[in-house]
Design a protein around this ligand. Structure first.
Ligand code: C5P
Length: 227
């Protein structure tokens, strides 16, 4: 049975993870949410007060990195894996607005990227993986057999994220969500180390006008053609 590596990159809240999860399920592949890993390190830095609204003690965070262990544990009740930081399930805590507001500063650090990219490459060694993020097709798996680059208008993306957060009972305004989506995209595309950019051989999908099932069918077709 021939297994491939599928890299899904794109801007914030383009629905990457929704489609990646469905695809992994359909193909019986492993799904890896790399954003969750950057969020986990960010949560840690916030708890330690290394990062606040206007300060960032990068050195202390980098020093602690070797003692931080991330893993994904499949949860049958949710049907997907939850992220753990040193034996603690932090899946819900990493999805807050506060973490979203700090994550792009943490993910810009080369020391953080080095650690996480290396773990991601380990997780994909046996192929049969669908990984979503910002640098999967460019840095983590430049040889991935299928690379997708997802885009959608900022407004559409903010709408989606806002609905998602509301459904989880989080107190946020639409404007706050839109501002965060735009800020993260700016930081993610302009950072020096591994900026978010479409890999040359990635297939771009603008899903502003595609519903979830249409996106899924389109990408599933591309995957089947690559396997
Ligand atoms: O995918 P998600 O929106 O959860 O990612 C959160 C943040 O993590 C991104 O805005 C980006 O700063 C960072 N990230 C990254 N590289 C990845 C995945 C996420 O820099 N491969």
């Amino acid at each position: 049975d021939h297994k491939i590596t599928i890299a899904i990159d794109g801007f914030s809240s383009t629905g990457k993870s929704t489609v990646a999860k469905q695809l992994a399920k359909e193909l019986s592949y492993v799904y890896v949410d790399t954003g969750a890993m950057y969020r986990a390190i960010t949560l840690y830095a916030m708890r330690k007060k290394y990062i606040t609204k206007d300060s960032f003690d990068e050195e202390s965070l980098i020093k602690d990195l070797p003692s931080l262990h991330l893993k994904f544990v499949f949860e049958a009740s949710r049907g997907f894996a939850a992220i753990y930081l040193n034996e603690e399930n932090i899946e819900d805590e990493i999805r807050t607005m506060q973490v979203s507001q700090n994550v792009s500063r943490v993910s810009a650090l080369s020391g953080v990227r080095k650690k996480l990219v290396s773990q991601q490459q380990q997780m994909g060694l046996e192929k049969g993986v669908v990984m979503d993020g910002r640098d999967i097709g460019t840095v983590v798996f430049p040889n991935a057999e299928l690379k997708i680059f997802m885009t959608a208008s900022a407004d559409e993306r903010a709408n989606r994220r806002f609905k998602e957060m509301k459904e989880k009972g989080q107190e946020v305004s639409y404007d706050e969500v839109l501002k965060n989506v735009e800020e993260r995209d700016l930081l993610d595309t302009t950072r020096e180390d591994s900026p978010l950019v479409k890999a040359e051989d990635a297939i771009e999908i603008d899903n502003s006008t595609l519903n979830i099932d249409q996106q899924f069918q389109k990408i599933l077709q591309l995957a089947k053609a690559s396997i």
